[in-house]
Every structure is written in C-alpha cells, then in structure tokens.
Design a protein around this ligand. Structure first.
Ligand code: ADP
Ligand code: MG
Length: 313
C-alpha cells in the first residue's frame, strides 16, 4: 500500500436511494408499504454487491420526515421535537428497515451498518428564508390552502402540493472521516440519510430546523470518499428533456456541458430532478468519472453503462 487515493474506477460506488425507492409514490405510507418497497430495492442492491460492486448507501427521507413532523403537531399530549431531531429519527427508521432487508438478502455474513450523520450548514444560508424542500403528504390545492404551514405546487396531477421547509447547502459532513475509514476497510455503510442532520458549528455543534437535500449531500459524500461513480436511484429510468410532454426524450450518455445546457433551459423540476442533475454535474466537474440517474430495477445495467442517464466530464 502506498497510501495513494483509492482507484476511482474499481473502488466503492456511492448509491443514493430516493424517497420513491423506499415507499410508494403517494402513500398512505404504512410500515407494510415501506417494508415492501425497501425489500424490492434491497434485492437490486444486493444483486450488485453479489456481482462484485462495493456499495455505500445514502437515502432520502422527505415522506418520512414530513410524516413525523405532522405526528408531532397533531399529538397534543407530548412535547414537539424539532426538525433536526426528526431527521435523526428518520436515519434510524430507514436505516433499520434497509439493514434488515439487505441482511436478509445478502448470502454472506457481512452486515450493513447505519451511521447517524450530521452535516454542517451555514446559519446565514439564504435557504432559511425561502423554503423549497418538499416533505410529507401530497395535497390538493384546496387542502393545501387550509394548512397552517407553507406549501408549494411541486408536481402535476390532482394532489400536486406539499409542505416545504428550508433546505440549506451542506458544507461539511461531520462524521466524514469516520465514514471513509469504515468504507475503506470494506464495511457496508448507510450514511448521510435524509441529507444528514443539519447542524451549525459555532462554539460547538447544534441542530437547526431544516431538511438538507439528499442528492446534494450524497454528492459531497462521494467527493469526500474520492469514489469514481455516483448513482442516484429514483422512480424514473432517465432524466428526460421535455419531461411529461408528448415530446419526452430520455437523456442517455451526456457530457456535463450538454447536460448543463438542458439544466439552464429549465428541463428539470425544482426540488426533484434539478438537484439530481446539479449533483451529477458538480461531481463530474470536480473529477468524478461518472454520475448516473436511473431506477433501482435498472441498477446493474446502469452500473455496466448500458442504461440510465450517464453523465461524464
Ligand atoms: P427522489 O425521492 O428519488 O429524490 P424526486 O421525486 O425528488 O425523487 O425526483 C424524481 C422525480 O423528478 C420524477 O418522479 C419526476 O416526476 C420528476 N422530474 C422532474 N423533471 C424531470 C425530468 N426532466 N426528467 C425526469 N424526471 C423529472
Ligand atoms: Mg428528491
């Protein structure tokens, strides 16, 4: 060993699991529904591991953290917990279900471990004044108008509204070195769940009320680990141009430059596909080999370069 950086081509792959890969699209998000979705995703992940890939997992938490927040607000007998604590709860909830599903699938004795992960954000981040991160259930326009919290139209269909909360940029993963040590020793790690628990660093660390975007934190983790490949799994096989129109066309192999042109043309939904595309661009522009957007059932083919949106510098 000469202590050089890990080989970007053969080293670990960072794989982010979107909220939609962990539960059904619009709920009601019972534990049975979550377990079934997680088991489906775990089968695809373990196939990749059995095929020889080293996988580091991250995941989203938009539906789960929004649900926990509503539970706080509707339970009058117990004190309310702040959003940072709820993000930590979702890391345990989703980490637990993922660990169990993956351990049941994997034939060797290696077990996944979940790391409660904090991310430092800037307390003066302008995002605190402009909530953009959709969490929790989807609402009709009429239902959204009655809610005592801020909602935004975030998709199409009859329930296009969701609650939105601030989503500051992650600047540092507090447990980054420890995660890297575990990964480079060959441990199977689930980290930075829900974008990480947002904290500010003053004299010490303290939690702030926000939900960091998991695609952005996943990109930061992938860069810090020095991996070659970043994969963002969601409920679509590709990022598309002219999405949701008769002219919809999948983006397959694309350079960062061409993808940036699509981004600037407004092709990607704010708070959904846009943060994924931005994460992919930043990853390859900072030296990563490739970034991939696809769905869990296409993971193996996408790792082989055969499907999904494949972004290269
Ligand atoms: P995740 O939970 O995986 O992060 P998101 O809902 O945040 O999922 O992002 C995936 C969604 O992005 C898709 O289901 C789709 O509705 C939406 N989307 C917006 N623009 C595009 C686009 N140009 N191509 C593909 N999907 C898009
Ligand atoms: Mg998302």
């Amino acid at each position: 060993m000469d202590g050089s950086a890990p080989d970007r081509r053969t080293g670990p792959v960072v794989v982010a699991l979107g909220g939609n890969t962990l539960l059904g699209k619009q709920g009601p998000w019972t534990v049975d529904e979550q377990t079934a979705a997680i088991e489906r995703t775990a089968r695809e992940i373990s196939e990749a591991i059995e095929d020889g890939y080293e996988i580091v997992l991250t995941h989203g938490n938009g539906p789960q953290v929004g649900t926990l927040l509503l539970q706080q607000e509707t339970a009058s007998e117990t004190p309310q917990l702040p959003l940072d604590v709820l993000v930590a709860e979702t890391q345990a909830q989703i980490g637990y279900l993922l660990q169990q599903a993956l351990d049941n699938e994997l034939t060797d004795s290696t077990d996944f471990i979940t790391i409660v992960t904090q991310v430092v954000v800037d307390g003066d981040d302008p995002a605190f004044a402009d909530p953009t991160k959709p969490i929790g259930p989807f609402y009709t326009e009429e239902a959204a108008a009655e809610k005592p919290f801020e909602t935004k139209r975030v998709s199409t269909g009859d329930r296009p509204y969701r609650r939105v909360v601030p989503s500051p940029e992650p600047v540092e993963i507090v447990e980054g070195d420890e995660i890297a040590n575990l990964v480079h020793r060959g441990n199977l790690v689930i980290a930075a769940g829900g974008g990480g628990v947002p904290v500010v660093r003053d004299d010490g660390l303290s939690g702030v009320e926000a939900v960091v975007d998991k695609d952005t934190t996943t990109r930061l983790l992938a860069s810090e680990l020095g991996v070659g490949t970043l994969v963002l799994l969601t409920d679509v096989e590709f990022a598309y141009v002219n999405y949701d129109t008769p002219d919809q066309r999948p983006i397959r192999e694309v350079t960062a430059r061409a993808l940036r042109t699509h981004l600037e043309a407004g092709e990607f939904g704010a708070g959904s596909m846009r943060p994924k595309v931005e994460a992919c661009l930043q990853f390859v522009e900072e030296g990563g080999d490739r970034a991939v957007i696809t769905s869990p059932d296409r993971l193996l083919d996408a790792l082989a370069g055969e499907t999904g949106t494949q972004v290269r510098g």
